[in-house]
Design a protein around this ligand. Structure first.
Ligand SMILES: Nc1nc2c(ncn2[C@@H]2O[C@H](COP(=O)(O)OP(=O)(O)O[C@H]3O[C@H](CO)[C@@H](O)[C@H](O)[C@@H]3O)[C@@H](O)[C@H]2O)c(=O)[nH]1
Length: 545
């Protein structure tokens, strides 16, 4: 697997334009939104053209560099690492100015956005701050950089959107009036005019690319095309049966994102800055997309699609179809991938992805049982009764295969609580010895409070199923002793006495769950880690003691 792209210790080399062959200096591009679909294709495109590419990325608690991990090379490898990442944010003007001053880009591509139209109705202020004011902040950073350095050759690309045309009927060209229909689209109109204004007011080389919808296998999964092709793949391999969608009559001019990034670059290679519509000039409804994608793998979309009002928008854009004759004429650009080819490319990738998911799910489900106590044998029986009633009577019945889950409410004769109760009592002088059995047994210990959420989630799914719930970490009883005694400044070896009575006739040596199915399907994950759990229990038991 590719190493996760990171900006740690990623110091920018500002001499920048070192040439490859000692002749032309390397051009430097700066991209906001580099981790998105367009950012990843544009980076590949520019690297191929010999650019050094700098990307601004947002700090996020989740990894957000999946689309560019395959291009990432450790910055310590100076000659090969031509893509560099830096933390910044369109809502933080100082970070934008700082990186422009440090990187000295020749071209700046503003692709970052809160780009989901429906979501913009739910977070309108944030959308305006990032999409509209964010573009203004970046333009202002470019303007003041030029004013202080005199680097007036710097070029700026603004990612505009066909959503700006909104309610205006097709075909839509550069001179078609805007009638935006969402906070997202209104913000894009503002960004468009800021760009024109900075071009006219300060003579900055600034272009608006008015791109119609552009899709790919890298499209986010909550945009309608990818939502559909992901579902087609999962339905095909039996991982899903229903797909919930909103308005199927909306029509869009859908092209391939890989084609569209070339148009962005071409705009910045012209003599004069200008604005361009980029589109395939064909429009298809969501229903047509469904027909082609389901039909391609031999399925009927009508058997799977359920209309859900939640996905309808407060104000819809009914029909978008671009007139890109100016881009075709002036830039010499045209799309290479047609509608059917695009749909098939996305379905092919998503069927493969679903097959890989299936292997994972099967591996988890197929771990065979080998119970080692009457209790465990009885649990196996209960498991199969549940499966049997589900299969025989169609009852919505689920098995939660929960790994050990502990808390301050745990019974005092389970090993974790037995230990933390003893730690508390030893600490305050009420006890001196703790008698235990096998210290080498390892368990996957989570927090019970987290696990009950998984139980509930299982019953909220479309179909009943069985799920492993686990932290995916295993620790021995001895490790539990170390952490719990150590936490209050005690040495466990001074207190623990091994007592043969606590050994079991047949031991389960090691349990460590693979809960990837629950994480993927239920969206569940544990919140409390091992050390945090131990400390929580010890804290309570010291107080109790
Ligand atoms: N997302 C989504 N859309 C649905 C669904 N069901 C129907 N649709 C309809 O499918 C159409 C396309 O929706 P999206 O794929 O979310 O894209 P978009 O709203 O057209 O916006 C995209 O294209 C713009 C360019 O015109 C971009 O500017 C924007 O950022 C985004 O990429 C809309 O009319 C929407 O109502 C659904 O379940 N989810």
């Amino acid at each position: 697997m590719a190493a996760a792209a990171t900006t740690e210790e990623n110091h920018v080399v500002n001499s920048g334009s070192e040439s490859t062959n000692g002749t032309a200096p390397r051009k430097i591009a700066l991209i906001t939104g580099i981790t998105g679909q367009d950012g990843s294709y544009l980076t590949e495109f520019l690297l191929q053209k010999g650019y050094e590419v700098h990307g601004l990325i947002r700090r996020s608690s989740n990894f957000n560099t999946q689309r560019i991990n395959h291009i990432y090379i450790d910055p310590h490898n100076h000659s090969k690492a031509l893509m560099k990442l830096h933390y910044a944010d369109l809502t933080d003007a100082s970070s934008l100015r700082r990186w422009i001053d440090e990187i000295h880009p020749d071209e700046v591509y503003n692709l970052a956005a809160q780009s989901h139209v429906a979501v913009s109705f739910e977070i309108p202020d944030f959308t305006a701050d990032v999409v509209a004011t964010g573009a203004l902040r970046l333009l202002e950073a470019v303007r003041s950089h030029i004013a202080t350095t005199g680097r007036s050759h710097i070029k700026y690309y603004q990612a505009g959107s066909s959503e700006m045309f909104g309610a205006t009927p097709p075909p839509q060209a550069e001179n078609t009036p805007f009638h935006p229909r969402s906070p997202y689209a209104v913000s894009k109109v503002a960004a468009h005019w800021y760009t024109v204004n900075y071009r006219e007011a300060y003579g900055i080389y600034a272009c608006n690319g008015i791109l119609f919808n552009h899709e790919s296998p890298r499209r986010g999964e909550n945009f309608v095309t990818r939502k559909i092709t992901r579902a087609v793949g999962r339905i095909k391999v039996g991982l899903q049966s229903k797909l919930f969608l909103g308005n199927l009559q909306a029509s869009r001019d859908w092209g391939f994102a890989g084609d569209y990034v070339e148009a962005m670059w071409l705009m910045l290679q012209q003599e004069k800055p200008d604005d361009y519509v980029v589109a395939t000039e064909e429009s298809h409804s969501v229903e047509e997309f469904l027909k082609v994608s389901f039909g391609y793998v031999g399925l009927k979309w009508e058997d799977h699609v359920v209309i859900d009002k939640r996905y309808f928008r407060p104000a819809e854009v009914d029909n978008l179809k671009g007139d890109s004759s100016k881009a075709r004429k002036v830039l010499g650009w045209k799309p290479k991938v047609g509608f059917e080819q695009l749909v098939k490319m996305m379905v092919d990738e998503d069927v493969e992805l679903a097959k890989r998911e299936k292997v994972l799910v099967d591996a988890v489900e197929n771990t065979s049982f080998h119970p080692r106590s009457p209790y465990a044998v009885s649990k196996v029986a209960a498991h199969w009764y549940t499966v049997n009633y589900r299969e025989a009577y169609g009852i919505y019945a689920c098995n939660g295969i929960l790994f050990n889950h502990e808390s301050p409410c745990r019974g005092e004769n389970f090993v974790t609580r037995k230990i933390t109760r003893a730690v508390g009592r030893i600490k305050v002088g009420l006890q001196s010895k703790l008698f235990l059995g096998n210290l080498q047994a390892s368990r996957d210990w989570g927090f019970a409070g987290d696990y009950v959420e998984a139980m509930w989630l299982m019953l909220q799914q479309v179909k009943p199923d069985d799920y492993v719930v686990a932290t995916e970490e295993s620790h021995s009883v001895e490790e539990f002793l170390k952490v719990s005694f150590g936490y209050v400044g005690l040495k466990w070896e001074d207190h623990v006495v091994i007592d043969k009575r606590y050994f079991r006739p047949a031991e389960v040596d090691n349990l460590k769950g693979d809960s990837s199915k629950a994480r993927k399907v239920l969206g569940w994950k544990p919140k409390v880690g091992f050390e945090q759990l131990v400390k929580m229990m010890v804290d309570e038991d010291v107080d109790l003691a």
